[in-house]
Design a protein. Sequence first.
Length: 75
Amino acid sequence: MSDAVLALAIVFLVICLPLIIVLHYVTKWKQGREISGDDEQMLEDLWQMSRRIEDRIDTLERILDDESRDWRNKE
């Protein structure tokens, strides 16, 4: 009886357990590739903020160009 139990334990450890581990991490990997709704909303917010900052920088550069033409050359 103990030989059969030992054989089953070895088969489980050598074949079943590695297969279970691989399938578990494949499933986790596939879930990790998807973007959640919260992450998508955060990316949208960041995109909008970056557009506003870019517009502000453009406005500031135009103002500086009007007031001081050589401001870009100053260090």
